[in-house]
Design a binder for this molecule. Sequence first.
Ligand code: 5GP
Length: 216
Amino acid sequence: MGTPVVFIISAPSGSGKSTLVARLLRDVPRLTFSVSYTTRRPRGAEQNGEDYVFTTREDFEARIANDEFLEYADVFGNYYGTHYGVLSAAEVKGCDLVLDIDVQGAAQLKRKVPGAVSIFILPPSRKVLEARLRSRSEDSDAVIERRLHDAAREIENYRAYDYVLINDNLEESSLTLIGIVRAERVRRARVEEQIQPILETFQDGLQHAALQEDRS
Ligand code: 5GP
């Protein structure tokens, strides 16, 4: 098993990213989710160590000083960061890594891991995004307005990504995301190690045929 393939997934809030990531992890084997550190408070049923490692600003800043993060960013007033440990943990498990991080983090990560594959999920329109945010009924009008405003800014960054997935149909988008991951795994450079032993079996066949010819 070689170095893990790193899949970065970014999207504005309300674009269906969490559902798409959950389905990807459910349906594709050998994928592991990168659990980030954050200074924001847990929401709903979120579990420490599963959804995030929840920590204090003080602890987070000490880890920044200690150079423990592959990337980190201040998102909506809270720190979020990817610990270096997630890469080696994925490698030990023989898994590829899925990161759900914001556009600032994605840019930092691309610099550190140039082979990382980045996917941006886009809602089909502002109207659809607004309807989705309202139907979640999690947020006040002011928060929804802010999320829409932030989305407009985040969306501008789509050019930095390898793939852009317009999520107008969850079933279709889920299949496309799975397709991206499966296709990226069989890029020639990534399967080179598996090719050699296959080629050798053909070489054996050729040698056998040559021997037979000599004998006849
Ligand atoms: P939420 O608080 O809704 O879980 O996440 C807010 C934003 O932070 C999302 O856009 C999410 O992708 C981003 N995020 C989560 N973890 C990380 C991380 O480790 N690094 C960065 N840069 N962004 C993150």
